[in-house]
Every structure is written in structure tokens, then in C-alpha cells.
Design a protein around this ligand. Structure first.
Ligand code: DNO
Length: 387
């Protein structure tokens, strides 16, 4: 696979020169300065592409070309937004940038409760504490009917948490769940939002009455509308699975398991309608056999996120080592079945000074460098064995 790296543009503290030195071949990035829903002009795309190429790499993947909420919940301006999306795709196609990662998660792009969960070796990791997330839902968002969506064991943990919860503790949860994990992904929340909980509630309201079937219908509508542009320019659309892969905060989620993925691939059977195989997101659901899913969906996978999670019996989950045997099997599958596909690592630990650098959550330098080294080693071994 092609070794790629998610780079956040010229303001990223990690520079293109640094990436070249650590064996990165392709860049995964977005035009982060263009607001969600606006057209990406061809000259802006060319500028980014030229910058990357001047550093000896190529622009392999767009992550993300964000899908506006209104397209997801079928708001009155969805056709207009889809037209703009198509123009952006065509402009990317004209510049030869042909792999596009996006997601169809309502409101929230991904969720974690702790961004620096300490490991015994002195590094730290991202962590999802199910009870803390439920606490956020029930006691901070105060979402109507929230309690009904959580199991008894989690509710008992929430009660325990409540006894010791402080204002700082609540603030930290809001910051982690709404601000720090969402702010940098061109989503709905900006890092300087002074009232993120209110913004969040307004966003949740947009989805009143939208269930799984209507969200699926809206996704199909979107994909059918953009496929002609994908056909014309050879663009591969790669949906990112829902992270975590389950219903949360009363929102429907439709890319959570093998059945969901089968549905979305069959609903629009064009090969350009494909998948970002994010082993990490899928493995955060105990219901997913990620190794089997990699084998099943390899033919329609155009982009791979190499990382993996461990789910605990209480539903909490944590990122695991990039040398996890499941990940080795997944890398083997894609290295064999999709040899040229772009692959990147993410959600690696904070280590060796990363913690002072204020990187975007999940996107450390040393941690990711080590992870890329590990996955590169797995790939090299697989290639040697197969000769
Ligand atoms: C988180 C990422 C996601 C991903 C988007 C794709 O670390 O994996 O933010 O980029 O969901 O649209």
C-alpha cells in the first residue's frame, strides 16, 4: 500500500520536509481554510497539490470533503449543496486528486471522552469511557429520554460518576467530546465556540424525526447524484465508518457493521462508491469481526486507516498497538488485495514530548511515526514472504 500521512496544511506543526524524511509517500489532507459547503476552486486545489509535489510527495487522498448536515438530513438547500459538492469533485478530478474520504455521521464526526489516558509505560492514548459519555448525554446535554438509551450497568456507573463530578470535570468532557475532537475536522464546531453545548443542541434538533431509513435514503440520494462526476473523472468516494460504530445521542448511524456496509455498497453498486476501511472505528464495536470484514470489503476499499481498538467488557474502548495480530491480518489482506491503495495510521499514542505540542487529538508526531514504522514493517514482511 502507499504510505500516507494526514497533514493539516501549512499551519501544521509537522512539516512536509519532516514527512519526507520518515518515508511518507503520499499526503492526506483537506482545504481546511474553505468553509464546509463552499466550492473548492481549482486554483486552490492546484496550489495545495503543487506544494505537496514540490516536497517530493503526491496528494493521495482528500480527507475530508465534508458533506454538509443539510445533505444528511435533506434540508431545503440540499440540491444546491450537492451541486456545489459536484463542482468541487470535478475540480479535484481535473487536478488528478481522485480519492475522497467523507463520512455520513450526523452532527458528530467521532467521539472520545479522554484524549490523554495514561498508559503504564508513560505514553498516553485516546480513550472512550462509556459511562462518561452517557454522563455527558444525560447530565450535560440533558437530552430528552437519554436515560432510556443506556443499559443498567452504564447507568449505575453514571450515578457513581455523578457523586464525584466537578465543574472542571464537566468542562473537560465538553471540551473533549465537542470541541477538541471536532474542531479540526471541518465539521460543525469551531474551536473558539463560546457556547458549544448550545450549538450542539441546535445541531441535534436538526435530526428530529430522521431515523435510520431516512438517513439511508438521503445517503443514497447523495451518492446517486455525484456518481456521474465520479465516473467522468475516475473519482473514488470512500465513506468513513461511524466512530464509534453504534447509535449515540439519539442520532441514527448507518455505517456501523457489515450489514450496513453491504447495504450502502449495494444501494449504489458503482465501484466508485467505496469504503475507507477504518479498522479502528469498526473494531470499537464488539459486534464487528474486523478481520473478516477486511476480507469481505477489500474489493470496494479505496483507502485504509490502519489502527485498532480493544473493547472492554463494560463497553469502554481504547486504541491498541499497531502490532495487534488483528491489524497484522488486516494489513496482510489489503497489501495483498489492494497493493496500491493509500494507507495511513492515526490515533497513535502521545509520547516523547508529543504531549507538549498541542497536536490535533489523535495526530501526534512521534506516536504516529512509530506506528507508521510498525505498519511499514508488517508490509515489508508480507511482501518478502510472498516472493
Ligand atoms: C478522526 C478521523 C475522522 C475522519 C472523518 C472522515 O480521527 O478518522 O475525523 O477523518 O470522519 O470524514
Amino acid at each position: 500500500m502507499e504510505k500516507t500521512w494526514r497533514w493539516f496544511g501549512p499551519n501544521d506543526k509537522i512539516t512536509l520536509d519532516m514527512l519526507r524524511q520518515i518515508g511518507v509517500e503520499g499526503i492526506v489532507t483537506s482545504l481546511h481554510h474553505i468553509p464546509n459547503g463552499e466550492i473548492w476552486p481549482e486554483e486552490e486545489i492546484k496550489k495545495m497539490k503543487d506544494l505537496i509535489e514540490a516536497h517530493g510527495m503526491r496528494w493521495s487522498v482528500v480527507e475530508s470533503l465534508p458533506v454538509s448536515e443539510s445533505i444528511k438530513f435533506a434540508g431545503p438547500d440540499r440540491d444546491e449543496l450537492i451541486e456545489k459538492y459536484k463542482i468541487s469533485l470535478a475540480n479535484l478530478g481535473k487536478q488528478g486528486v481522485r480519492t475522497i474520504c467523507y463520512n455520513f455521521m450526523p452532527v458528530l464526526d467521532w467521539a472520545r471522552t479522554d484524549l490523554e489516558y495514561p498508559n503504564p509505560d508513560g505514553t498516553s492514548n485516546l480513550y472512550f469511557n462509556r459511562a462518561e459519555f452517557a454522563y455527558f448525554d444525560i447530565h450535560i446535554l440533558k437530552r430528552e429520554g437519554a436515560e432510556k438509551d443506556w443499559d443498567a450497568e452504564t447507568l449505575a456507573r453514571v450515578d457513581e460518576l455523578k457523586k464525584g463530578m466537578t465543574r472542571e470535570g464537566e468542562h473537560r468532557l465538553v471540551d473533549n467530546i465537542i470541541v477538541k475532537t471536532q474542531g479540526f475536522v471541518n465539521g460543525n464546531i469551531s474551536e473558539d465556540d463560546q457556547t458549544p453545548v448550545d450549538t450542539f443542541r441546535r445541531l441535534l434538533d436538526l435530526y428530529k424525526g430522521i431515523d435510520k431509513d431516512s438517513l439511508r435514503a438521503n445517503m443514497k440520494y447523495f451518492l446517486e447524484a455525484i456518481m456521474p462526476v465520479c465516473d467522468q473523472y475516475g473519482i473514488d468516494m470512500c465513506v468513513h465508518p461511524d466512530d464509534p460504530p453504534m447509535q449515540i445521542l439519539g442520532l441514527p448511524r448507518i455505517v456501523t457493521c457489515a450489514d450496513d456496509i453491504r447495504w450502502m455498497l449495494n444501494a449504489v453498486p458503482n465501484p466508485h462508491n467505496g469504503l475507507t476501511f477504518c479498522a479502528g472505528s469498526l473494531s470499537a464495536g464488539a459486534h464487528n469481526d474486523v478481520v473478516a470484514m477486511a476480507r469481505e470489503f477489500a474489493p470496494r476499499t479505496h483507502f485504509v486507516h490502519a489502527r485498532i481498538c480493544n473493547v472492554m467488557p463494560n463497553g469502554d474502548f481504547k486504541e491498541s498497538s499497531h502490532l495487534d495480530p488483528r491489524l497484522i491480518e488486516i494489513v496482510r489482506t489489503f497489501e495483498t488485495e489492494r497493493p496500491g491503495a493509500p494507507m495511513r495510521v492515526d490515533h497513535a499514542p502521545l509520547m516523547l514530548g508529543d504531549e507538549k505540542m498541542k497536536y490535533n487529538a489523535g495526530y501526534s508526531f512521534h506516536g504516529r511515526m512509530l506506528a507508521l514504522g510498525m505498519v511499514s514493517g508488517i508490509m515489508a514482511t508480507i511482501n518478502t514472504e510472498s516472493k
